[in-house]
Ligand binder design. Structure first.
Ligand code: XIL
Length: 338
């Protein structure tokens, strides 16, 4: 029994992958990946800071390994991501002139999308270009290139890699204001004549607070634009978020806050997590004709970025597999839907 088998007639099932997980010296996690998932998104190795560490100098080694791994194990790769304001190379963050930004933008897309032509199934062409109110984020790309940069990124990617699916990806874009901005953004791409094949709702949600109604309305609204809908970075944060705005060192000193459950997850939380995941997958199944893929942001709790975000050194439990790669109650609830 596995996720990819259970949902094979509904949508593909993905995970984020990092370089350590795919090494042969980690057989347990490797077996789990191969057994459970049929698509993967590189968690970091295809971000611009890693692919183009110095201006004009590309390093494809780690990302190529992931492609090889995917080929070997029948796991399609979703490239992540070409144009994003975060994890940019240092030289790029310091750029002043419009010409330099334009050169970086054109060359990075052409070179990277060209290198992975026919090798990635899809690209998150642009990531997180919106503010919470639906306006465009004031990134270096918006500042120097104007709002047309988004459609232009899609046009350039399509030119470099014509058979690859092209997506826009963001978080909180199931929330009404941001969703409205996202719909506007997608329509602009379509009106420009460039192709967009799908939209990713990242799906970084919180225990007991899954916005099911907003998610359902978003699935319907996005799919009405004629594109695929995907859940691209699914995890459920279980730790309290009430430390927002506090001083970092203070937060780190508070061990109860970084790990309120030193003896493992209490049953009540384990159950709430299972219920939340079950409700989500029920909704995804209800709209399986509109949802192309559901990707978890990590394989097991130990690998999750939420152990280190928004602060380092937390112990989090957001996924379906625990730190020993064992399925949690949430896994059985999700599989039980089939
Ligand atoms: C995260 C990775 O998981 C971390 O390892 C890294 O330190 C920061 O980025 N939205 C995205 C992802 O689109 O690329 C981010 O991934 C999580 C939020």
């Amino acid at each position: 029994d596995s996720l990819k088998e259970a949902f094979k007639n509904d949508f593909t099932i993905g995970t984020a992958l990092n370089s350590a997980q795919i090494e042969e010296r980690n057989p347990t996690v490797n077996n789990l990946i191969i057994q459970q998932f049929n698509v993967a998104t590189p968690e970091n190795v295809m971000k611009s800071a890693l692919l183009q560490p110095k201006w004009g100098i590309y390093d494809f080694k780690m990302a190529d390994k992931l492609i090889e791994y995917g080929n070997k194990h029948n796991i399609k790769i979703n490239g992540h991501t070409l144009i994003w304001h975060s994890q940019l190379p240092g030289f790029m963050r310091r750029m002043q002139s419009t010409d330099s930004v334009k050169t970086f933008f054109n060359d990075h897309i052409k070179t990277v999308a060209g290198h992975y032509k026919g090798k990635v199934f899809s690209w998150d062409v642009v990531n997180e270009a919106l503010n919470e109110d639906g306006t465009l984020r004031n990134s270096i790309f918006l500042q120097k290139l104007g709002e047309g940069y988004i459609a232009e990124a899609f046009r350039l990617t399509q030119e470099a890699s014509p058979d690859t699916e092209l997506y826009y990806n963001d978080y909180n874009n199931e929330q009404p204001a941001k969703r409205a901005g996202c719909i506007k953004l997608i329509k602009k791409i379509q009106e420009s004549g460039a192709r967009i094949d799908g939209v990713g709702i990242q799906g970084h949600w919180h225990l007991g607070k899954i916005p099911l109604k907003d998610i359902e309305e978003s699935i319907l609204a996005y799919s009405a634009l004629g594109i695929k809908v995907m859940i691209t970075e699914l995890d459920i944060e279980i730790l309290p978020r009430n430390f927002q705005g506090a001083d970092v060192s203070q937060r780190l000193a508070n061990t109860t806050e970084s790990n309120p459950y030193p003896n493992g997850l209490p049953d009540s939380i384990q159950k709430q997590l299972a219920d939340d995941y079950e409700a989500l997958f029920k909704l995804f199944l209800k709209h399986k004709d509109k949802i192309a893929r559901v990707t978890f942001w990590g394989v097991n709790d130990g690998d999750s970025w939420l152990n280190n975000w928004p602060i380092r050194g937390r112990t989090n439990y957001p996924l379906l597999f625990d730190r020993n790669n064992e399925p949690k109650p949430a896994y059985f609830k999700v599989i039980g839907l089939k």
